[in-house]
Design a protein around this ligand. Structure first.
Ligand SMILES: [Mn+2]
Length: 427
């Protein structure tokens, strides 16, 4: 659990990074309309949530950095009986004052008026350049940009989100524990001739059953050749006997994501060719995870993964040129086209910076959480691939915490050896 004290600390830390005589506005996420009066499920803006822990829409967090003193102000929706009847209870100004460790709380309808006040004698305005908040955008378009330096607050907050606190790591672990239940369940049940979306439904059921009611991302259940579409989310085909299924499924627990991929046989048993390919990917994944420690660069993990996968692909006769030639012409990219992993946290792809302002790569530091996810993708249509390997796509993905000593594989309990996967299928 993240306490009010921790949220207050984050705001204080952020304030210390801001220019004197500046004003910062962080907006809640907007409600997204599906059609007419139906809405998509609401999910709070990640940076707003990181700084406040507040889940309601039409809210604003304002940080005022004066010459000497600073102040934090929260704007929340006021209580309105009729609207609450339709859309649910609101916290309201009074209770928000008690719940949050901010200096002042006002109702959101005062936001514009207050903002004009706050802007007096300020030189810098920070806001998230990706915001779609109409009220704020309208306000900004009406101020004279000559009087103010305008800066992107998201960059600074996302920098802070790079290093996870103990309580954040606990929530990520919990999210992974829920994902584990779902993945193991999927390994156990009979799958032949059911549809990909049925398996997707199992994941979503187990997630919600365990308190992960928001999606972290759309579950990928890709049978056979569908696994060669990297972001396959149609999930509408039949799972066939003898094929593999690539399942990329994680959940969001109290606003923290897990991001796990396992590739398992539909009928519970790997064929000889599938096993060969699978064990190559597993070997590479294990090796790359073991390289994770403070000071290591992500690009060197990428390079090593490409090297090891290429060697394997040459050995299987999938790549037919010499190792040197393959690397020089990047021929292996055809079969391993994506990155080795990404940072995760409140977002499944946390928008943390990978590079410094001077365009230098940021090396791994204790407290970062990243995925390691090598894969090989061998499309059915590619006739240069030996027939027995065609139509197979394999990815294995775990969630890794960088520690002072090296790393902790947070998802190591989710089985992935051929032996363990086959044993679960039999049980
Ligand atoms: Mn991922």
């Amino acid at each position: 659990m993240i306490t009010e004290v921790e949220y207050a600390k984050r705001r204080k830390k952020l304030l210390a990074k801001l220019k004197k005589k500046s004003l910062t506005v962080v907006c809640s996420a907007s409600v997204k309309i599906r059609s007419n009066d139906t809405e998509y499920p609401y999910r709070q803006n990640s940076n707003f949530y990181y700084l406040s822990g507040f889940k309601e829409d039409n809210s604003f967090l304002v940080l005022i950095q004066g010459k000497k003193e600073s102040k934090t102000v929260l704007f929340v929706q006021k209580k309105e009986k009729l609207l609450e009847l339709w859309n649910g209870k609101r916290l309201g100004v009074k209770k928000a004052k008690k719940s949050f460790m901010v200096d002042e709380v006002y109702s959101s309808d005062k936001f514009e008026k207050k903002l004009k006040e706050y802007m007096q004698e300020k030189h810098t305005l920070y806001y998230d350049f990706q915001t779609d908040n109409k009220l704020l955008l309208n306000f900004i378009s009406n101020i004279s940009s000559k009087l103010y330096a305008i800066k992107n607050i998201a960059k600074i907050i996302e920098q802070m989100r790079l290093i996870k606190s103990k309580s954040e790591i606990e929530l990520i672990k919990h999210s992974i524990a829920i994902a584990k239940k779902a993945h193991h369940q999927a390994m156990k049940i009979k799958k032949t001739d059911s549809f990909e979306y049925e398996l997707q439904a199992l994941f979503e059921f187990v997630f919600k059953q365990n308190g992960a009611y928001n999606d972290a991302y759309t579950t990928i259940v890709a049978g056979g050749n569908n696994a060669n579409t990297l972001h396959y989310i149609k999930n509408d085909q039949k799972l066939k006997d003898g094929e593999l299924i690539l399942i990329d499924a994680g959940c969001e627990y109290k606003y923290y994501a897990s991001d796990i991929t396992r590739t398992i046989p539909v009928n519970g048993k790997f064929s000889k060719a599938q096993k060969e390919l699978y064990e190559l990917v597993l070997h590479v994944e294990t090796k790359i995870i073991s390289m994770v420690k403070e000071g290591v660069k992500r690009s060197s993990l990428q390079k090593e993964a490409e090297k090891l996968l290429t060697k394997g692909l040459i050995e299987f006769g999938i790549l037919k040129k010499s190792y040197k030639k393959v690397m020089k012409k990047k021929l292996h990219k055809k079969y391993f086209p994506h990155g080795i992993g990404h940072f995760m946290g409140i977002d499944v792809h946390d928008q943390n910076p990978y590079k410094t302002k001077n365009n230098k790569e940021i090396p791994l530091q204790a407290g970062m959480v990243l995925t390691i996810e090598p894969g090989i993708y061998l499309p059915k249509e590619d006739k240069t691939i030996p027939k027995k390997y065609r139509g197979v796509g394999i990815r294995i993905e775990d969630n890794i915490l960088v520690t002072k000593k090296g790393y902790e594989n947070l998802s190591q309990d989710i089985v992935k050896s051929v032996k363990d996967i086959e044993a679960l299928a039999k049980s």
